[in-house]
Design a protein around this ligand. Sequence first.
Ligand code: NAI
Ligand code: MG
Length: 503
Amino acid sequence: MNLSDIHHLLAPRAQEFLRRDTHRMLIDGRWVAAAEGRTLDVLNPANEQCIAHVPLAGAADVDAAVQAARRAFDGGPWSRLRPADRQRLLLRLADLLQTHAQAVAQVESLDNGKSAAIAEAVDVAMSIDYIRFMAGQATAIAGITRDASIPFAPPSAQFVTFTRREAVGVVAAIVPWNFPLLMAVMKLAPALAAGCSVVLKPAEQTPLTALMLGELLMEAGFPDGAVNIVTGDGPGAGAPLTGHAGVDKISFTGSTETGKLIGRTAMDRLARVTLELGGKSPVIVLDDCDPAAAAAGAAQAIFFNHGQVCCAGSRLYVQRRMFDRVVADVAAIAKQMPLGHGLDPAAQMGPLVSQEQLDRVCGYIESGRREGAEVLSGGRRAGDKGYFVQPTVLTNVNHAHRVVQEEIFGPVLTAMPYDDLDEVARQANDTPYGLGASIWSNNLTRVHQLIPRLRAGTVWVNCHSMLDPGMPFGGYKQSGIGRDLGREAIDAYLETKSVFIAA
Ligand code: NAI
Ligand code: MG
C-alpha cells in the first residue's frame, strides 16, 4: 500500500489538518509562527517523507508562552474560574476528543508510525478517559480542618485551623514521542484540573497531535493563555522553558539523561518537578504457568508500540525447566509478526520513530552480538525505507551486558533463565531502573512472595503495561520522581497552605 494513495481514506479532519502543511503554534490563544520564522520538518517514519512543517520555537517564543501562562494564572480569566467551570471545560474537551478520535489517531499514526487503530483504541481512548477522570478531581480538591492542640498556646486560646490546596502555578510540560497525545494529556489534565496554566512542549519528532489538541482546547472554550503549545527541540525550546523563572513546576517524561538535567535545572530555583523516565522492566515467568500464554504475554510486553514504551518488558526471566520452550515461542511470534505502516490493517508492528532511534536500536543489537548474544529472531533493520527494525530476541546474555542493563527502547528482548525466586528477585532489581515488572504465575503464594521484593512502581501479574486513569504510575530508583495518573497525579500540581486563625 502506497502511503500517498491512502490520504483519501483519512477522516475529514485529518485530511484538512494535513493539507495545511505549514502549522502554527498556540501562544496566548493565538496561532503563531516562530519569532525567528524558522520551521521544523515533520517526517512520516514509515516512508521518511515530510508530512508537515511546524514552528521551530526559540527562547523568545518560549518567553512569550510563559508570560501568557503567567497572566492567565496571576489574575487572568483562567484563575477566576471555579472548580466546576474547570470540570465542565475538561469534560467538553473529552467530548471533542471523542468526536475526533479517528482523525487524531490517524495523524498520530502518520507522525509517529504506530498503528492508527491501536492509537484510537489505546492512546486516544486512554486520553479521553483520563481527562474525564481528572475533570472529576477538579471538584474534589479539598483541604482538612483540625482541632488545634498548640503546645505553647494557653489552654484557653482557641484557633480555627484548616488547609487549602492551591494550584502550584505555571507548569512546563515536556513530553516525548512514543505516546505523543497521551503523554501531553497525562500532564495537561491534572494541571488544568488543579487550576494551573500550562506551556506544553511536544517532542520535535511528533508535534502534530499536540497542535490538534490545542485546537480542541480552544474549541472547548479554555481561556487564552491557560494552555500554550510551543513546538521545538530540546536545546532550543525545552531548555529555555525549564530554565524560565516564570515556571513554577516542571513535569517531564522522557530519557533518564534529560530528566536528570531538568531535575538539576529545577533545583536551582526549587521549581517543583515530576520526572517519568526510562525503564528496563523485567518479565518474570514462573514454572507453574502455561508456557504458551506466558510467551504470548512476553511478546506483547516487549513488542507493543515497537518496544518504544517506558515500561516495556525488555528483560525476560524464565525458570530454567521452561526456558527453552517459552523463549522459542516468543521467537516464533516475533518471526511471523508482519511489519508495515500504521494505516495498514495487516501490519502488527510499525517503524521506529526516527533515524536516530533506528541507529540507536541497531547499535544495541550489534553491541549484544559483540558481547556474545545469540540472535533467536530478527537482529537487523527491515527493508531500506522507513525506520523498521525486526522484532528481535537475544539469548546467551549476562547481567553485565549493555543490552541487559541499558534502555534500548525498541523491539529487542533479552531472555535469561533462572533457578529460584531469590535469584530472580535479585536479578530483576539489578539495573538502575524501577518502573514496572510483571510476574507470570498462578501460584498465589509465590506471586505474593515476589511482589514486595520487586523495586518497581508497578507490578503486573499475568498481564503487562496495563494502565488505568485511577491507578498511579511512576518509577522507583532512576525511573523517576513522582506519579502520573491516579489521584496522586493532581497532588503534584497543588501546594498545601496551612491557615491558623486565632478565634
Ligand atoms: P529526550 O528525553 O531527550 O526527549 C524527550 C523530550 O525532552 C523531548 O520533548 C525533547 O525535546 C525534550 N528535551 C530534550 N533535551 C532537553 C533539554 N535539555 N531541556 C528540556 N527539554 C529537553 O529523549 P530522546 O532524545 O528523544 O530519546 C533518547 C532515549 O530516551 C530513547 O532511546 C529512550 O531510551 C529514552 N526515552 C524514554 C522515554 C520514556 O517514555 N521513558 C520517551 C522517549 C525517550
Ligand atoms: Mg535527547
